[in-house]
Design a protein. Structure first.
Ligand SMILES: Cc1cc2nc3c(=O)[nH]c(=O)nc-3n(C[C@H](O)[C@H](O)[C@H](O)COP(=O)(O)OP(=O)(O)OC[C@H]3O[C@@H](n4cnc5c(N)ncnc54)[C@H](O)[C@@H]3O)c2cc1C
Length: 427
């Protein structure tokens, strides 16, 4: 059964995924003479760089997500369908979704990536990932519930399992989560969980390579390590987590840590769609594209963002899977669609690295720009401004700004509520 979408004379561009890449592309194509169909398994866009603040009870989820329908309500040529896409048939030019099939003239795959557990099913079963706002909320509930429950436990070792946390992966997400947890331990626990001895809470950050923030400068990596250590985070470099059964984390050096919470921020792998030729799939489950973002060998199928693998000078192993690449590819592809409409040749994409940053805590961030890098309070202000401007929606920007101001002045995050989804039949 075809999904109900009006048949028109305009060419139909189907965009799968409304993340950074798919949303930017749809916005830029909305005013062109195409019919655009945006298909996403959620009815909202998620701002992933601030997931950790939702998980740490610093922001409400509604401040960092935005409904697609609201964004496109003025565009009569844009159709949003909430559905999971499972398969592509490039011969019949159809995609198959949980609600039926959709025909396309051009297809843009922008389905992003998911958590990579590197094939370890036991870890996948027990660890907590943070690749969606739902997962961030789950983590928030787990952290807060465990603090609540720990207050009911007398026995030291059992209590430690509830309050100690292990974070795997020393990239920006792992570093940001570790820093936020350390600040919670420092400012919140002594005030609100008075019977808990804050110094007994151990926050471990495990990183497989010899430095944090791989991909950033040595200067930034060292500064992040110094900040985290000063905050009391136990950072272990050159160490891999090899097993976790929900209670005990085992490292490759044989050491073990007992904890009920293993936060997994150690890697990503491209989301899968069946029906695409095997040859286009490269390492990390990415889709090999040419410099026009066309999936190799498929003229009318494009891929952008985290899922796309493009080689260019300076990026011989593909671009980093970050928001800037997704946004730049989306802008560029929108331009190329306009070129196609005018029967003009498409232009090759070229990535302009504008730098990268990570925050560790209040007045502590690291920033790498193409020619320089710096850290400290100024870097933190830059981090705040950049993220504030990047969030979609004026109301969201205002809410996030007010929250941050409030947190800064009061040393408090006021959203420590445990709200669990209602499951019928379960109390
Ligand atoms: C916790 C975290 C923190 C991050 N922090 C930073 C940061 O500070 N700076 C930075 O530059 N980058 C950061 N990133 C990376 C950045 O978020 C990604 O590079 C960016 O989101 C990629 O955009 P995308 O559009 O390719 O994919 P995504 O933004 O992941 O969007 C993919 C979309 O596709 C949809 N989708 C997936 N599969 C299907 C399907 N089968 N059917 C229908 N819809 C589907 C999803 O619902 C989603 O809306 C972070 C990522 C995470 C997880």
């Amino acid at each position: 059964m075809p999904v109900n979408i009006p048949e028109v004379e305009q060419k139909r561009i189907v965009v799968i995924g409304g993340g950074f890449a798919g949303l930017e592309l749809t916005k830029r194509l909305a005013s062109t003479d195409h019919q655009i169909v945006l298909v996403d398994k959620n009815n909202y866009h998620q701002f992933q760089p601030l997931f950790y603040q939702v998980a740490m009870a610093g922001l409400e989820p509604s401040s960092i997500i935005f409904p697609f329908r609201k964004l496109f309500r003025k565009y009569k040529n844009v159709f949003v369908r909430m559905a999971e896409v499972t398969e592509v048939n490039t011969a019949t030019k159809q995609i198959f979704t949980s609600y039926g099939f959709i025909k396309y003239d051009y297809l843009v795959i922008a389905i992003g990536a998911n958590t990579n557990f590197f094939g370890n099913e036991k870890i996948a079963e027990h660890a907590i990932p943070m690749k969606s706002v739902a997962e961030a909320l789950f983590l928030r509930n787990e952290i807060l519930s465990d603090y609540e429950n720990s207050l009911t436990i007398r026995e030291f070792d059992t209590r430690q399992e509830f309050i100690d946390i292990v974070i795997v992966g020393g990239g920006p997400t792992g570093v940001e989560v570790a820093g936020a947890l350390a600040e919670m331990k420092q400012y919140i626990i002594p005030r609100e969980y008075r019977e808990l001895a804050a110094h007994e809470i151990d926050i471990h950050l495990i990183q497989s390579s010899d430095q944090l923030l791989k991909g950033m400068s040595n200067k930034s990596a060292n500064a992040a390590l110094k900040y985290l250590t000063a905050l009391g985070v136990k950072v272990k470099l050159n160490t891999r987590v090899v097993d976790y059964d929900g209670k005990v984390v085992t490292m490759n050096d044989g050491s073990k840590i007992s904890t009920r919470k293993l936060i997994w921020a150690a890697g990503i792998t491209g989301n899968r769609l069946t029906g695409l030729p095997n040859e286009v799939l490269v390492s990390g489950n990415r889709l090999k594209v040419n410099r026009f973002n066309q999936v190799e060998g498929l003229e009318d199928v494009y891929a952008i963002g985290d899922i796309a693998y493009m080689e260019e000078k300076g990026y011989e192993k593909g671009h980093p899977q970050v928001a800037q690449v997704a946004l730049q590819q989306a802008k560029h592809l929108a331009k190329n669609f306009r070129q196609r409409l005018k029967n003009k040749p498409m232009q090759a994409f070229s990535y302009k690295d504008k730098g990268s940053m990570a925050t560790i805590g209040r007045n502590k961030a690291v920033v790498d720009l193409p020619r320089t890098s710096f850290h400290g309070a100024f870097a933190w202000y830059i981090w705040l401004v950049v993220h504030l401007f990047a969030i979609i929606g004026t109301k969201n920007k205002v809410f996030v700004f007010l929250n941050w101001m409030w947190n800064y002045i009061t040393y408090d995050q006021s959203l420590r509520l445990i709200i669990r989804p209602f499951l019928k039949g379960k109390s």
